[in-house]
Design a binder for this molecule. Structure first.
Ligand SMILES: NC(=O)c1ccc[n+]([C@@H]2O[C@H](COP(=O)([O-])OP(=O)(O)OC[C@H]3O[C@@H](n4cnc5c(N)ncnc54)[C@H](OP(=O)(O)O)[C@@H]3O)[C@@H](O)[C@H]2O)c1
Length: 283
C-alpha cells in the first residue's frame, strides 16, 4: 500500500513513517523542504515538495495513495492548512484519512477549538476518516527543561491529573489505524497513557530520575500567564496552556482510555519509561 504522510518531520509523523517502512509499505511525504527531510529521515521515503499553505501543491501528492495521515504544527494557521488538505483530498477522491487531533474538545481552549474546526471540516467532506485524539505528550515537559533543571515545576493544575501519553504510542496507534483498512473509519480514537498524573506525580518522577529536587510550584493562572508571556509565547499558546491547566484542575482531562492496549496489544508506555530515555534533555 502507498501512504501519504504530512507532518513527517514532526514528532509523531516521523515515527509513523519508520513504522510503515519497517512493515514494507511505500511512504510518500508532503514536505516543504525535501532535502532537509531526506537528510533527517533517509531516502526510503518518496518526498513530494508541497506546502499546506499552498493548495496548488497538494493534488499531485495525493495521486494514487491508499490512505493519508494529516498533521501539522499547532498554530492558529493549522485550521486553514488542514482545510486546504481536506479540500484537495476530497477533490482527488482520497480513499481514507487518519487525522491527528487532540483529546480536549472545550472550545474555550484555542488549540482544542482549532482541532474541533478541523474535525468538523473532515466530517463535512465525506472522506472516510478516523479522528485520533491523543492526550498531551510527555515530550511537552521538554519545553520546561530549564525550569526543571532549576528545580521547579510551576503549575496552575492543582491536584488535578492529566493522562499524558508517549507520542511514540500515538504514532503506534496511528500506524495501526492506517494499516487496518476500514476497521476504524468513522471512529474517534482517544489515546492516553496508562494513568492520570498529577503535577506532584510528575515532579516526584523527575526527582527520582534526575536525582535532584524538583518542587511542584503551585501558582495561580494569572501568575502563570505573566510568566509564560514573559518567555515571548504567543497569546493563543499561553491561553491554550492555561486552558489545559484549568481543565486539568477541574479533573476534565484525567480519563484513561484502553486504546493503546486494545490496538497495540500492550500497555501504554509510562512517564518513567519516557523520562529514562530522555533525561539527558533535562541535564
Ligand atoms: N504536543 C502535544 O502535547 C500534543 C498533544 C496532542 C495533540 N497534539 C497535536 O499534534 C499535532 C502536531 O504533531 P507533531 O507533534 O507530530 O508535529 P510537530 O513535531 O509539531 O511538527 C509539525 C510538522 O508539521 C509540518 N508543517 C508545518 N507547517 C507546514 C506547512 N505549511 N506545510 C507542510 N508541513 C508543515 C512540519 O514540517 P517542517 O519540517 O517543514 O517544519 C512538521 O513536520 C498538532 O495538531 C497538535 O495539536 C500535540
Amino acid at each position: 500500500m502507498t501512504f501519504l504522510l504530512t507532518g513527517v518531520t514532526g514528532q509523531v509523523g516521523s515515527i509513523v513513517a519508520r513504522n510503515l517502512l519497517d512493515r514494507g509499505h511505500r511512504v510518500r511525504a508532503l514536505v516543504r523542504d525535501p532535502g532537509a527531510a531526506a537528510a533527517r529521515l533517509g531516502t526510503d521515503i518518496e518526498y513530494v515538495r508541497g506546502d499546506l499553505e499552498d493548495p496548488a501543491t497538494l493534488p499531485a501528492a495525493l495521486k494514487g495513495v491508499d490512505a493519508a495521515y494529516l498533521a501539522t504544527a499547532p498554530s492558529p494557521e493549522m485550521t486553514r492548512q488542514e482545510a486546504n488538505f481536506i479540500e484537495a483530498a476530497a477533490g482527488t477522491g482520497l480513499p481514507r484519512l487518519v487525522a491527528l487531533g487532540v483529546i480536549g474538545t472545550d472550545p474555550s481552549v484555542p488549540i482544542f477549538k482549532f482541532h474541533q474546526d478541523i474535525e468538523a471540516k473532515i466530517t463535512a467532506s465525506g472522506i472516510p476518516a478516523t479522528l485520533l485524539r491523543p492526550a498531551g505528550f510527555y515530550s511537552s515537559f521538554l519545553f520546561m527543561a530549564k525550569m526543571i533543571q532549576a528545580g521547579v515545576l510551576p503549575s496552575a493544575a492543582g491536584d488535578g491529573g492529566l493522562a499524558w501519553v508517549d507520542h511514540a504510542d500515538v504514532a503506534g496507534v496511528a500506524t495501526a489505524v492506517l494499516l487496518d483498512g476500514s476497521r476504524h473509519v468513522g471512529q474517534v480514537v482517544e489515546i492516553t497513557g496508562p494513568v492520570a498524573l498529577t503535577t506532584d506525580d510528575v515532579a516526584a518522577a523527575l526527582e527520582r530520575e534526575l536525582g535532584h529536587p524538583v518542587a511542584h510550584q503551585r501558582v495561580d493562572e494569572r501568575t502563570l500567564q505573566v510568566e509564560l508571556a514573559s518567555f515571548g509565547l504567543p497569546g493563543w499558546l499561553v491561553d491554550s496552556f492555561l486552558g489545559q491547566q484549568r481543565l486539568t484542575r477541574a479533573g476534565r482531562l484525567s480519563t484513561v482510555t484502553s486504546t493503546v492496549e486494545n490496538v497495540l496489544g500492550r500497555p501504554p508506555r509510562t512517564f518513567d519509561q519516557w523520562l529514562a530515555e530522555n533525561k539527558g534533555a533535562f541535564a
